[in-house]
Design a protein around this ligand. Sequence first.
Ligand code: PHB
Length: 519
Amino acid sequence: MQQPAGPLERGLQAIEVLARTGAGLRPADLARETGLARSSVDRIVTTLVRLGYLRWAGREVVLAPHLMELGNAYLAGIGMTDALAAHATGLADTLEESVSLAVPDRCDVRFISQSPRRRTMSVAFRVGDLLPAERCAPGALFAADWEPARWQARPGSGGLAVRAAAAREDGWALDDQLVEPGLIAVAVPVRHPDGTSACALSVVSHTSRHSIESLRRQALPAMLDCAARMAALLAGPRAAGSPAEGPALDRSRAAKEALGPEFLQSLDRGLAVLHALGSVPGGRTLSEAAAVTGLPRATARRAVLSLEQLGYVAAGGRRFVLLPRVLDLGYAALSGSSFEEVARPHLVRLVTDVRDSASMSVLDGTDIRYVVRIPTVRIMRVEITVGTRFPAYATSMGRVLLAGLPREQAAARLAATDVRTLTSFTRTGPREILAALAAAAEEGFALVDQELEEGLRSLSVPVRARDGRVVAAINVASHAGRSTPAETLERLLPALRATAAAIEADLAVRTEHNPLPAA
Ligand code: PHB
């Protein structure tokens, strides 16, 4: 029986529409695109913004990186571990070709991992993208497992039937320019212990480098070896779902109390249940889902049944698992986002709060290079844009970046630097600079007062990746004449630290199953 659409269904629909649009939408446009009442859209937006899944960009709402935690839960649930991804990356390195992993999704193929190697290809599917089974190598492998009745009515299924039969026979499948001219691929199955395909491992190349036959000959042995290792990982012992994961509180209570009728508690609870069903290999039982979310069992059960009906969840015995369709909830749209895109909104907010310019830089040799710049008034002599470089030793961002390196590496970079007196304040003695780096490492910030330019003071903190490495620095630049260094610290350091923490949290979700493209 069709249940009347509740807030959970409407909220998921709004997320999918935003994901498909691939850009921000005003609430009025979101109402038009979803066919939902404006008042309903407003409550959905309020709820999802509160959860950190959407954010305001001017008058539009956009997907926020935190939303990727839903797709991450699905990927963790199917056993997509760092170890598995490392095998795919290793194969890409060995063959010097792009490698992807895909899973069957109804009668289509869903990409769950990409290790791109060559940049000559025009097509690179994002993690989360869906491709018709007829048009790619993995489709033929999966169709070999599918009931013919499931897909034979589809256009183009005749060719797929032939390719599926060949894949069953051969144990591999080919894509000779089915997606687009020039693009070729070989796929092999990664099998469950019962022999069905858990996922497909593909190597993708181009006719300018290989014929489909030469690609198959060259890649297949290493691919079969890699697929066997992956199958062993998937079949290995897994941590089963366990309710004992810290105190489970119904997180929706506080938000409901704060926001009242504008907050859709059942949408929040449904999303909490969805997240809880993933996260651990093998899914969870209803009781476990209830325990993990702090919800009454009946509430968790209602959410699970809705999610099942909507195609995000399937029952496997007493356990419920997430389905690949969860990746439609913004994962593909967000999985291609760059580090700069992740950081920029947080720096915009910082600039709004402190009313001074803020930036993000990375270390590039002995220089820092600006990758994000949010200006207010100009206080530098030179115009700073993305791409601007300054010597690391004389800048606060450079000092936190150098301080994040192992000591010998920082010393080596300094030794390779042409250290000059840029202002009467510039520290140029190697010992002095090393002492400043040690202080930056110890205190977690660097304040540089007029060493790069007279009148300019800059305060920086590091931004760390999931593994703790310093991957960037963010700063706020202010007039030295306006306040003392101590006042600058007091005014700016808490806001700067909070901004770095927010960027780090988004970056951790963004990269959990999906590395950033190499800079
Ligand atoms: C890809 O990963 O981009 C890919 C894989 C298999 C295909 C086509 C494209 O058949």
